[in-house]
Design a protein around this ligand. Sequence first.
Ligand code: HEC
Length: 135
Amino acid sequence: MVRRATLTAPTRVLAAVFLTVVALGTTACATDKRPPDPDAVAAGATLYEQSCASCHGSDLRGTDKGPPHLSEVYASDHHSDDSFRSAITNGAPSHHWDFGDMPPVPSLSDEDITSILAFVRQQQATQELEAYPPG
Ligand code: HEC
């Protein structure tokens, strides 16, 4: 009996630690998945229209000058937020499509780019993505 008690005590501690980790993990996930700030999305929509839509389309479905951002290839698991930042700041050489190089887009602040990303990610999460490669 005494032996059994000494064996179960550590088990209870382990169970408590396990439950705490699960609870913390759930909280972290909930925070990561929270929807983007609606103000940033709205600001991003305006900036996208001004700076990106001429090539990528007002509906993010591309034009004859640039590819659709609603393509699977631009989802965050293929093109991270950093790759968007880099394309805007440095431009992007033609490599996924035949539209030619993307020139850098000057005069957007870090905050502007964060808003554009909030808008693009929100659209990608709510619209149907096109297969890549297309067709
Ligand atoms: C003058 C036309 C043009 C404009 C304006 C433009 N892009 Fe692009 N963009 C392109 C083209 C063309 C490509 C495709 C390059 C390729 O073949 O992979 C591209 C590719 C990209 C890529 C992928 C880069 C990579 O690493 O593969 C991102 C991200 C992107 N554009 C974001 C933007 C955003 C955001 C804006 C507005 C701030 C913008 N673009 C404005 C033409 C443009």
